[in-house]
Design a protein around this ligand. Structure first.
Ligand SMILES: [Zn+2]
Length: 67
């Protein structure tokens, strides 16, 4: 399957915090995230995304490892 890449860009799954539906797969830069935390004290998560199951925009949290 896909090669496991090492680096700051990590693929993450996004899960709806309301219904728990697995919604999106995205990548985010861990280094970037850390910098953001340091400078603004905020992270990019949870994200507001459209959930197909809830049929509205909900907060999405990062899910654990992708298969
Ligand atoms: Zn949902």
């Amino acid at each position: 399957m896909a090669k496991k890449k090492k680096g700051p860009r990590q693929p993450v799954g996004l899960k709806c915090s309301v219904c728990g539906a697995f919604g999106y797969i995205t990548q985010f830069n861990k280094t970037n995230e850390r910098l953001k935390k340091q400078t603004t004290g905020k992270t990019t998560f949870p994200l507001k995304k459209y959930c197909n199951r809830c049929r509205k925009a909900t907060k999405f949290k990062t899910a654990k490892k992708l298969k």
